[in-house]
Design a protein around this ligand. Structure first.
Ligand SMILES: [Fe+2]
Length: 293
């Protein structure tokens, strides 16, 4: 899918939201979970045992499957926060994608830095329509649980310059799942000019995803990223600036990518203003999906 421009988004607004790829609805009582960095390699052509990264990864797929099946119901949605498969080609990632598909719940998948098999977003979204949604430059609309509805409805959002507002209507009581891969942040070792360009492009992708949510009439956003949006000691970045200033309130940010206890401590977590940030890499969670709504 090519990058959507504001004019192409305006045109798409005249279409039914349910006809847009990735804009689909779930039932009222569904719950939302997140987990990232599954690092699967079920293909016989790929030899990437995760045990080499320490005892925490021993038998990780069996532990993940058991926890997933225990916690997630068929009507729930799970956001898979990237670093899904070690495959280099989409065909070699199929055993991993089929394994995820067989687990309970609808899945929303993001690309991580290791997902080199992720090509052709349109084709990916034809594999399991509505059941496995590959998120890129769009959003997924969720019906909002009643408890969250009361909380967010009290927020006075305002509309930023240049962002079209919609009258209340279809989809106006919905949460949107938005997001993108993100990228390493300035200040990291080896951060260079190329990183600057990729980071700028990721900001555009996140903005486009937010715009899709605002145009769809969402009144709250859950933002899913692969990379942490900010790391210590500053705990702020161009990502947090965008997230915390977007006119449709971003109530939660979930991300993965960080491994090992020393890395876990670097990620932005907890309440910052009106946003809750949560690290949800699989090893941080003990391979148990994190319920976020
Ligand atoms: Fe990663």
């Amino acid at each position: 899918m090519s990058l959507m421009t504001r004019s192409s988004m305006t045109k798409s607004r005249s279409r039914s939201m349910s006809s847009l790829p990735g804009n689909e609805k779930t039932g009222n009582n569904s719950r939302l979970f997140a987990i990232g960095d599954l690092h699967l390699s079920f293909s016989n052509l790929i030899d990437k045992p995760m045990d080499v990264f320490g005892a925490a990864w021993h038998d990780h797929t069996a532990r993940l499957e058991a926890a997933w099946r225990e916690d997630v119901a068929p009507g729930d949605t799970v956001i898979v926060l990237g670093d899904i498969s070690w495959a280099l080609k989409t065909e070699d990632a199929m055993p991993d994608l089929e394994w995820i598909h067989a687990l309970p719940g609808r899945k929303i998948l993001l690309r991580g830095n290791h997902d080199l098999w992720w090509h052709g977003i349109t084709n990916l979204n034809t594999l399991w329509p509505g059941e496995m949604i590959f998120l890129q430059n769009n959003c997924v609309m969720l019906d909002r649980p009643a408890a969250a509805r009361a909380t967010v409805a009290s927020v006075d959002i305002g509309i930023a310059e240049g962002v079209p507002s919609l009258p209340a209507g279809e989809g106006s009581s919905c949460i949107a799942v938005c997001g993108s891969r993100g990228w390493g942040l300035p200040g990291l070792e080896d951060y260079g000019k190329d990183d600057e360009k990729i980071l700028a492009r990721e900001l555009i992708r996140i903005r486009m995803s937010f715009e899709a949510a605002t145009l769809a009439g969402a009144d709250a956003i859950v933002c899913a990223l692969h990379f942490p949006p900010a790391i210590g000691p500053a705990f702020e970045s161009s990502f947090t600036e965008l997230i915390e200033s977007w006119p449709t309130p971003v109530t939660q940010v979930v991300y993965g990518h960080l491994h090992t206890p020393s890395a876990f401590r670097k990620g932005l977590q907890g309440e910052h203003g009106s946003v809750r940030y949560s690290l949800a890499s699989a090893d941080y969670l003990g391979f148990k999906p994190l319920r976020i709504l």
